[in-house]
Design a protein around this ligand. Structure first.
Ligand code: DGL
Length: 215
């Protein structure tokens, strides 16, 4: 089966690699929109106009399922995209629920783009799953560009992660697929103060469920 994977940039590559490893008999077709990166400061309408034609091109190429490997797109426009496209979409959204279940200090940190943090879906996830949990949202607004261009400012990352750890966060959620590339760096900075979680295993589990319904 052809599986489409979409993101604004190298976040998609990280997810595509994980899928290829888990499903070696399927073909992964990766589409990135690095020309228009970052997505994380765009409006839902801007995102829709950019993303729809690219996902349609994946369908035209024969993809039977598409993984939207982008929290920014999922939390803003996945509903609209699902109404328009003929293939199932597997989305990625911030792991608020698992983080809230896992925290012992009652404080979690969510690293995400400004558009994700400002979305209704994100607010809904917090209200639904994180009542009574303090959710810290460090400023990661320039991280995706930094990672895409391979110009990682370790000092900046260390400052943000250090700050949430000092405030007591014991779970750090990577809620932008670009940040998967710096998971090891964040892990090292957090040390034994916090666990760092990201959704690749959950995406693959969901993708397998969706594929089982298609074949
Ligand atoms: N990788 C995307 C996400 O998961 C967005 C990165 C960007 O273009 O700002 O949100």
């Amino acid at each position: 089966m052809k599986i489409g994977v979409f993101d604004s940039g190298v976040g998609g590559l990280s997810v595509a690699k994980a899928i290829e490893l888990a499903l070696p008999n399927d073909q992964v077709v990766l589409r990135e929109d690095s020309e228009n990166l970052p997505y994380g400061n765009k409006t839902p309408q801007q995102l829709y106009d950019l993303v729809l034609p690219l996902l349609k091109s994946l369908v035209d190429e024969g993809c039977q399922v598409i993984v939207v490997a982008c929290n920014t797109v999922t939390t803003t426009i996945i509903g609209q995209l699902r109404q328009t496209l003929t293939v199932p979409l597997v989305g990625i959204e911030p792991m608020i629920k698992p983080a809230a279940l896992q925290t012992k200090s009652g404080i979690i940190a969510v690293c995400a783009t400004p558009t994700t943090l400002g979305s209704q879906r994100y607010k809904w996830l917090k209200n639904e799953y994180a009542t009574g949990v303090q959710v810290l949202e460090p400023d990661c607004s320039d991280w995706s560009t930094m990672i895409e261009n391979n110009q990682i400012n370790h000092g900046k990352i260390a400052e943000r992660i250090e700050s949430v750890c000092q405030k007591g966060a014991d779970v750090i959620v990577l809620a932008c697929t670009h940040y998967h590339w710096i998971q090891d760096t964040i892990d090292t900075i957090a040390g034994d103060r916090a666990v760092v979680i990201q959704p690749e295993d959950a995406i693959i589990a969901q993708l397998k469920r969706v594929i089982a319904q298609i074949v």
